[in-house]
Design a protein around this ligand. Sequence first.
Ligand SMILES: Cc1cc2nc3c(=O)[nH]c(=O)nc-3n(C[C@H](O)[C@H](O)[C@H](O)COP(=O)(O)O)c2cc1C
Length: 221
Amino acid sequence: MNVMEALAARHSVRVFRSDPLPKTLVEEVLTAATQTPSWANTQSWEVFAAAGEPLEHLRRQYLQRFEIGEQPCPDISALTEWTPAAAARTAELRAERAALLGLDLAAPEGLHEFSLPNYRFYGAPVVVFLGFERSLLPWALYDLGALSQSIMLAALQLGIDSIPSYSLVLYSDLVHEVLGIPQDVAVAVGIALGYRDDEAVLNSFRSRRRPPDDAIRLLGF
Ligand SMILES: Cc1cc2nc3c(=O)[nH]c(=O)nc-3n(C[C@H](O)[C@H](O)[C@H](O)COP(=O)(O)O)c2cc1C
């Protein structure tokens, strides 16, 4: 698979099989991804890959909190106001995914079922939590985004599926506690890794993109 093919093939997987990922494969993916460029080569990312009992413990705690409707406490807040164009694209994404699953997001049960995969970590056997020392905001986020894509493309090359997910870090106090992550590190996002379940309808979903001309301006050619 060349880079162009990999860029086209990568997509978020939201239902994984429970098959474990060998530690050596996860190490290979993460090591390859550390070739990612960063601001003045600061490489300020901190990477915590969780599997096995610590991950299962976290998953159980997340599900418990989700079921009682506990308020999320992420290290880095989500935006509350998006531009109308950005908000419209998110609304479209949610509506299309809900329609595929036959869920009514206006009904509490529909919203619950729609959100649940996030809190069960999509059934993934491995979650990579990505962070950086808090004082390095905002630029460390740029580097972390680049690292994330490298991780997902390296994983794809080795036949491993992925999803980047903010939901994975919503209860950041638990992530810090269970994985022993120091408080001066902000955990920004998680990437779930594993092998996709081809039987799952949700995995047939593909997000759409803006028409290239809408986002890209070519000047002076
Ligand atoms: C920073 C970030 C956070 C995300 N958080 C979530 C999430 O909490 N739940 C989810 O289902 N998808 C999440 N996604 C996945 C996006 O919805 C997905 O990347 C986007 O719709 C494009 O689809 P694709 O990855 O299949 O190409 C997140 C993606 C990024 C980059």
